[in-house]
Design a protein around this ligand. Structure first.
Ligand SMILES: Cc1cc2nc3c(=O)[nH]c(=O)nc-3n(C[C@H](O)[C@H](O)[C@H](O)COP(=O)(O)OP(=O)(O)OC[C@H]3O[C@@H](n4cnc5c(N)ncnc54)[C@H](O)[C@@H]3O)c2cc1C
Length: 391
């Protein structure tokens, strides 16, 4: 595919660049402004309709074409702009699920808050013993009049302790094949009968409370909060997971990480010698560079398929697999270069970036397992892309 931008796309790119140059404070200024920076930033980009830029205009989004979305993401990342809105999960897959499968009332009730950064959705898929084999989920919802009564547990629910709502997959029919008995409920996290308990991570304070167990005891959820038909949950999950695993523009983040890694390597010593004299290290850094280029090309392939309205599920899995390995291996290399250096002391790369290498290396479960394990991605690639048999 020809990736040269059309005249309109170039105009749009220039508009984004001009806006960022004028409106986005430098990293230093942002630090000075503190947390107050974010609401103001989200308001400004919402005015431009760049929050939910991929959503249709009639749903309050920007109606950006695939190429415009790509341009916007690239420019935002290149300028190190923060994410497009507070409600990452709402923008990424809850809103799109409501747009695709929900009714008009649900669109009117939930979409504006997502776009205005007023909501904070969490994802309720996983349960104890139910992660990769998601279709086996057991959290039960029984219809009682015009409400569902939900009992069961979700686990690893990121940010449920601060979230406003749970996009939750429940079993509404245990008597049909497992994929057919799942439905999607939008559950207010302040509903009586919900208990959120923290899961503490081994990675220390930084990750002390991001993940949770969520327990449901006779939680009553209006039937009007069901997205799609009863039993349509699996289709909604598949569509949402594809979105969660895609993300071409991430290569910009990889470039930035590699740049920092080079900088760290140039400052470091291995066994008393400058680290960059090590052929092993140089080869490793060069391999990272080549793998970032591979990620970029996979992203462009996926973009081509999106523009042609073709299925991108395997590309998303390749993207997830490739990116998570790359991020963790780069962070581990950073850790190795730092050796015993403390993340917060002295004028080192580690202190400069507040322990980013340690966080990246120790926080690997977030990158690697969240959104589906590498084995699961390999299964998808093997079966759906390479056509290999299951057994
Ligand atoms: C940091 C973090 C954040 C998360 N956030 C959320 C969240 O917000 N919401 C949510 O719902 N879930 C969340 N999860 C859960 C995550 O989606 C699951 O942990 C993941 O899907 C794996 O499921 P599991 O933990 O049950 O492991 P299992 O599925 O039991 O897997 C264990 C091992 O077996 C392998 N395996 C399993 N099945 C197969 C197979 N068919 N073929 C080959 N190998 C296989 C896996 O690759 C893995 O190595 C999060 C997880 C983490 C670690």
């Amino acid at each position: 595919m020809d990736f040269d931008l059309t005249a309109d796309e170039k105009r749009f790119r220039d508009e984004v660049r001009a806006f960022l140059a004028e409106q986005l404070p430098s990293l230093e200024e942002r630090k000075k402004i503190g947390p107050a920076f974010f609401p103001e930033w989200w308001r400004k980009i919402r005015e431009k309709r760049w929050v939910g830029f991929d959503w249709p205009k009639e749903c309050g989004g920007g109606g950006g074409t695939i190429m415009e979305q790509y341009v916007l993401k690239q420019e935002m990342l290149a300028a190190r702009a923060p994410g497009l809105g507070r409600d990452y999960t709402g923008l990424g897959w809850v809103g799109p699920a409501i747009i695709q499968f929900g009714n008009d009332e649900q669109k009117a009730r939930y979409l504006p808050d997502i776009l205005d950064s007023k909501s904070a959705w969490c994802t309720g898929y996983s349960e104890p013993g139910v992660g990769s084999d998601l279709a086996a989920l057991a959290c039960r919802a029984v219809l009682d009049g015009n409400e569902y009564v939900v009992n069961g547990q979700k686990t690893w629910t990121s940010m449920a302790h601060t979230g406003t709502g749970l996009y939750c997959m429940v079993r509404t029919d245990p008597d049909v094949p497992k994929h057919d008995g799942i439905s999607c409920l939008l559950i207010d996290l302040s509903s009586p009968g919900i208990e959120v308990r923290p899961i503490e991570s081994f990675a220390g304070d930084h990750f002390a409370h991001l993940y949770n167990d969520v327990f449901f005891r006779d939680v009553r959820v209006p039937a009007a909060n069901r997205v799609g038909e009863e039993g349509e949950g699996w289709e909604i999950i598949c569509s949402a997971l594809e979105r969660e695993r895609s993300g071409i523009a991430e290569v910009n983040r990889h470039h930035e990480a590699l740049e920092r890694l080079f900088k760290l390597a140039a400052q470091s010593r291995i066994a008393g010698r400058p680290a960059l004299e090590s052929a092993v290290l140089r080869r490793r850094l060069a391999a990272f560079d080549a793998r970032i280029e591979a990620a970029r090309l996979n992203g462009l392939r996926s973009l081509t398929r999106q523009v042609r309205d073709e299925n991108t599920q395997s590309d998303s899995s390749i993207n997830k697999l490739h990116n998570c390995n790359l991020l963790v291996e780069m962070a581990e290399t950073g850790m190795e270069l730092l050796g015993g250096a403390s993340p917060y002391l002295g004028d080192t790369e580690a202190s400069l970036y507040k322990g980013r290498w340690q966080i990246g290396a120790l926080g690997w479960p977030t990158t690697v397992i969240g959104g589906g394990t590498p084995n699961v991605q390999k299964n998808i690639i093997a079966e759906r892309m390479l056509g290999l048999p299951k057994d």
